[in-house]
Design a protein around this ligand. Structure first.
Ligand code: 0L1
Ligand code: MG
Length: 259
């Protein structure tokens, strides 16, 4: 087998995504894959996405809650990219024929009023750059069989990006205590997980600060108008044809996705 390079790995991950096939984690045959190289693969997949006409519209954090870290057996958060092709319009069924093994997780989403550049960003400065907060549901998908991966694998795979939907009404961040924002995830009307926003790094604004500071190490920043998904508040649930998945947030409202 040919040796992996950043370019080959990026092409392979996008090939799996486009053909809707999963495969073994890169690290199985590329044990030298470290975090720096994995972010280079992620950036190369973004370059390829933009070259085929997608637009960069934001960032997503992954594995910012203990629930997600424990489930995926990975103990650090990560940052990845959002493009316009990942937007699922409100009320539109999830196009499962384009996904491999979709799972759904609740997210607290920010829309940025101002740009945010690290280093040295704190949660307090981060939240001042947020214009509106929205309820979100992310439909994650993985190009790795059974979602089996190491941290560098999932970084390279753009944090299992798939699709996401946000609610129609945004709230000002000063209207809410996001650490205490209650979140109930239900499948087919039955409650599966509950949490509050504090599950996300103690406060979703901490996750936003972490994204800005992590991006700064790579010479990048969060732009005004971007969407930031702060990471799954609870573990994800599989999306099945039988039962829609809903989230009820205390202040941000309700969202449902189904196929
Ligand atoms: O597949 C995964 O669960 C990794 C991405 C994590 C997404 C999140 O925590 O929001
Ligand atoms: Mg997520």
């Amino acid at each position: 087998m040919q040796a992996w390079t950043v370019e080959r790995a990026a092409e392979e991950l996008l090939r799996r995504e486009d053909k809707r096939i999963d495969g073994e984690p890169l690290s199985d045959t590329w044990p030298e894959l470290d975090l720096e190289t994995a972010y280079a693969v992620q950036d190369e997949t973004l370059r390829l996405r933009l070259a085929r006409g997608e637009t960069l519209i934001g960032v997503k954090l992954g594995l910012t809650s203990r629930a997600k870290q424990q489930r995926m057996n990975v103990d650090s958060p990560l940052v990845a990219w959002l493009t316009d092709a990942m937007v699922l319009p409100l009320g539109v069924p999830v196009p499962t024929h384009k996904l491999i093994h979709p799972r759904v997780e609740p997210e607290i989403a920010f829309v940025m009023g101002r740009k945010l550049s690290g280093p040295g960003v704190t949660a307090a400065t981060a939240i001042c750059a947020v214009e509106k907060v929205f309820a979100g549901l992310e439909v994650i998908d993985s190009r790795y069989r059974d979602f089996r991966f190491t941290l560098p694998d999932v970084v390279a795979d753009n944090a299992s990006s798939g699709l996401y939907v946000t609610g129609s009404v945004g709230r000002s961040p000063d209207e809410l205590d996001l650490a205490l924002e209650g979140c109930v995830l239900s499948v087919g009307g039955s409650v599966v997980y509950t949490a509050t926003g504090a599950a996300v790094q103690g406060h979703p604004a901490e996750a936003l600060a972490l994204a800005a500071n992590t991006l700064a190490r790579r010479g990048k920043r969060i732009e005004a108008g971007w969407v930031v998904l702060t990471g799954g508040v609870t573990d994800a649930v599989p999306l099945s044809a039988e039962a829609p998945v809903s989230v009820d947030f205390a202040g941000l409202g309700r969202l449902t996705v189904g196929s």
